[in-house]
Every structure is written in structure tokens, then in C-alpha cells.
Design a protein around this ligand. Structure first.
Ligand code: FO1
Length: 319
């Protein structure tokens, strides 16, 4: 079975661990979000690609869900001693190696997709990880700070500001000129099922869908597209998805997110059991809906969720 998953960071990566456990023989292609990418200290950092790679490759800092396990921060301390910022983004020594190798290969002319493949040769994530595009896309957030309206890089909004100020707009800068990376459209065209994991619907899945051609390819693929709500009980399970959902005028509810994706894209939607009352509303939007436990408390829970998503895909596929 060929499965395509549009993944962002922590939620998507943890779901993928369950999917790999649920169907070990499936061929899984992950289309990774690169809108979170940031250039720091002359290096290109790809948080969502690295979170998937480290989580599935066994190198992730499990408590944080990002960055490497067993980290030290000597480089960060030395940079700070030189007064070289930003200090608010915690890059560890082990993690720096990934960004140095990536930046070196990009500088030698390799596209991000080739670089990602090379990095995965080491980590062996057990899935094919392709960035959504090889072109530069960076999500910026329009905020108002001290009465002044300005656009900040997503990471500054997310990490330095902790999404503590309202986001007036979320813009994946460069997306409209970006092309799907090699293999992305082919993977979608030959998929048996496409899954939207519980990643951020705006800055992760939404950014991937903003790359021209990807949304259309999924809508036209004629295969079941099933999503899992990242919102449980009117609040994001993790992160601050409600902040960016508000920026695009979408309520922070499981049903509203399904409607936001739309029945043109989604065939099925899983909501948590606490949101069972949302099932009828989602079904009336033309999207098959089931209420199942969606808290990825551990690998077993993620595996059950993956099985539920595949069962729903089977159900809508047979329709
Ligand atoms: N998130 C934080 O909340 N604080 C950090 O200092 C931080 C550093 C960081 C470094 C590398 C990396 O790959 C991810 C990092 N993240 C950090 C998480 C990152 O902001 C998010 O993983 C994504 O961008 C959102 O999914």
C-alpha cells in the first residue's frame, strides 16, 4: 500500500511513528513542510523536516518533540558570548551538524530534496521524506507589537513571542512562486491513500497546500484523503494552532478545521471522542466522520489512530 502524508512538526512526526507501526510494509512518502525554515548563523534550519527525520530516526529529544536527544549547547553559548544572536532559538551542538551539512550541500548546488535524502541516509526514518518544494518558502506572521504593525518570521512569532500576540495574517512568503519538489506530484498520483496527520492546519498542512499544484493533485488523485483533527475539545492538543487559526478566521474546533479543508479535499475526518457531537456537522459538510481517541499519549495510541485513519480511508474508498 502506498501512503502519502502531509506532515509538519511534532504532531505529524509522532503520528508517522504510529503509522509505520500500524502498516510496516506500506510505502510511506512524507511531504514535509518547509515554511518553518529559518536562516540562522549563515545556516539553513529546517525544523519540520528535522523533526520528522529525528523522530522516525530515533534521534529526537522526546520531551521537546524537536531538536536532538543528549544535546549540549557549547556553540550556542560561544555565539552568545560574541553577542551574536538570536539567543531565543535553541540550536544544540548535535543539531548544528545537520544544518552545517545541509547548508554545505545546498551551497554545492544540491536541491533541498537531494539534501534531505542524503541526511535521511544516515537517519533511515523508514519513510521517504520529500520537502514540499526545493524553492525558498518562509512563513511570516503579521502582528501588532507596541502599537506597531509588522511581519515577523514564523519562528520569531512561535518561539520568541510564544504566539502571545494576535496574528493578523499568516503568509507563506514565496509559496506562490514555488514548485512541488521532484517526486511530490508523482507520489500523490500513485498513492492509495493521502493522510493529513494532526499537524497545524495553517502553518504546516496549509503551507504545503499553498504550493501550486499540490492541493489540485490531491483533490484530483481520486483516492481517499483522510485527516485527523489537531484540535481536541476546542483546543489544540499541542502548540498554539488556535492562534493561527484565528488569523485565518477559522474557529478552533474539530468541525471548523474539517470545513476549512473542505469536502473537495477531505473524504474522511477523525475527531476525538470528546468531540463526538461534531460528527453530524462534519458529515453534513460531505465529509465522512468518526469519533475515536486522538490523544497520542504513546506509540500504541498513535498506532491505533493510524489504524483508524486507514479504516476510514477503506470505508470512504469503497464508497
Ligand atoms: N521550539 C521552541 O519552542 N524553542 C526553541 O528554542 C526551538 C528551537 C528549535 C531548534 C531546531 C528545530 O528544528 C526546532 C526548534 N523548535 C523550537 C521547534 C520549532 O519552532 C517547531 O518545531 C516548528 O517550527 C513548529 O512545528
Amino acid at each position: 500500500m502506498r501512503i502519502v502524508v502531509l506532515a509538519g512538526g511534532i504532531g505529524g512526526a509522532r503520528f508517522l511513528r504510529g503509522l509505520r507501526q500500524a502498516v510496516p510494509d506500506a510505502e510511506v512518502t512524507v511531504i514535509g513542510n518547509t515554511g518553518d525554515d529559518i536562516h540562522l548563523f549563515g545556516l539553513k534550519v529546517c525544523p519540520d523536516l528535522d523533526t520528522v527525520m529525528y523522530t522516525l530516526g530515533g534521534g529526537i529529544n522526546e520531551d521537546q518533540g524537536w531538536g536532538r536527544a543528549d544535546e549540549t549547547f557549547h556553540l550556542k553559548e560561544e555565539l552568545a558570548a560574541y553577542g551574536v544572536g538570536p539567543e531565543w532559538f535553541g540550536l544544540g551542538d548535535r543539531d548544528f551538524a545537520t544544518h552545517i551539512v545541509r547548508t554545505q550541500m545546498l551551497g554545492a548546488g544540491y536541491p533541498l530534496s537531494a539534501v534531505t535524502e542524503a541526511l535521511c541516509d544516515r537517519w533511515k526514518p523508514g519513510v521517504r521524506l520529500i520537502p514540499m518544494t526545493d524553492d525558498r518558502v518562509e512563513t511570516h506572521v503579521a502582528v501588532e507589537v507596541d502599537g506597531e504593525r509588522k511581519a515577523v518570521h514564523f519562528q520569531e512569532y512561535w518561539v520568541r513571542l510564544r504566539a502571545s500576540v494576535d496574528a493578523h495574517a499568516v503568509v507563506p512568503v514565496g509559496a506562490d512562486q514555488a514548485k512541488p519538489a521532484p517526486g511530490v506530484l508523482e507520489a500523490i498520483a500513485s498513492a492509495d491513500v493521502v493522510i493529513f496527520p494532526p499537524s497545524n492546519p495553517v502553518v504546516s498542512v496549509g503551507t504545503i497546500l499553498a504550493v501550486p499544484g499540490i492541493r489540485e493533485a490531491i483533490a484530483d488523485a481520486g483516492v481517499p484523503v483522510v485527516g485527523l483533527s489537531p484540535i481536541v475539545g476546542d483546543a489544540p492538543v499541542r502548540g498554539m494552532a488556535d492562534k493561527v487559526l484565528a488569523a485565518i478566521g477559522v474557529d478552533s474546533t474539530a468541525a471548523a478545521v474539517a470545513e476549512h479543508y473542505g469536502s473537495g479535499l477531505l473524504d474522511g475526518w477523525l475527531v476525538d471522542t470528546v468531540d463526538a457531537s461534531a460528527v453530524d456537522r462534519v458529515e453534513s459538510a460531505g465529509i465522512r466522520c468518526r469519533a475515536v481517541p486522538l490523544l497520542m499519549t504513546d506509540l500504541a495510541a498513535a498506532t491505533r489512530m493510524a489504524r483508524e485513519a486507514l479504516a476510514l480511508a477503506e470505508e470512504v474508498g469503497g464508497a
